[in-house]
Design a protein around this ligand. Structure first.
Ligand code: 5GP
Length: 188
């Protein structure tokens, strides 16, 4: 029988730079990483593609997926639904591939309960002011949205000890290098 793959949880406050850092390690062939594409009811941002960044669903379609039990976990975050589809994850784990989940803190707790051997990595901003600056600069949310995300970030950072690994995002290259070292230790 094939050895089961592992779950890698890559979390961090909204706006910390997960997307940029992820691009620098996700395709490293040594780690056989598959990115789990979440479903969400939030609006698509400029440049985002359906089935690439997220499965963009209407609220009612998302609720339909909940009813059909298609999620390993789902949450409401900043007034929108987000969820991890179950089938993709299990299929790849069974094939021996490792699956990367990029989810919020509430989701992390749910996943750890079901998969206690998941490898958990938290990407932190150098400071909250830094995070605020980044959220303002990317211009994807309005000011009310940004405030909501900063409040959530403060709460999430307080719970950073939930994670086995914590990486301060000084530069994307530096963070990616640290994550590669973690993955070498955990997966190879
Ligand atoms: P964003 O709207 O910035 O793409 O994501 C907002 C937050 O939702 C981020 O912290 C992101 O990691 C989280 N998120 C994305 N997909 C999921 C998911 O499937 N489940 C959970 N619990 N959180 C998610």
């Amino acid at each position: 029988m094939k050895k089961r793959g592992k779950i890698i949880i890559f979390a961090g406050p909204s706006g910390v730079g997960k997307e940029t850092v992820k691009k620098l390690f996700i395709n490293d062939p040594r780690f056989k990483l598959k990115y789990s594409i979440s479903a969400t009811s939030r609006e698509k941002r400029i440049g985002e593609k359906n089935g690439d960044n997220y499965h963009f669903l209407t609220r009612s379609k998302f609720e339909n997926w909940i009813k059909k039990d298609r999620f390993l976990e789902w949450v409401t975050f900043a007034n929108n639904y987000y969820g991890t589809p179950y089938k993709f994850l299990e299929n790849h784990l069974r094939k021996g591939q490792n699956v990367l989940l990029e989810i919020d803190l509430v989701g992390v707790k749910k996943v750890i309960k079901k998969y206690p051997d998941a490898v958990t990595i938290f990407l932190l901003p150098p400071t909250i002011a830094d995070l605020e600056k980044r959220l303002l600069a990317r211009k994807t949310e309005n000011i009310t949205e940004i405030k909501k995300r900063i409040d959530i970030a403060r709460a999430e950072i307080k719970e950073k000890d939930l994670f086995k690994y914590q990486v301060i995002n000084k530069t994307p290259e530096n963070s990616a290098q640290k994550i590669i070292e973690i993955l070498k230790k955990e997966l190879l």
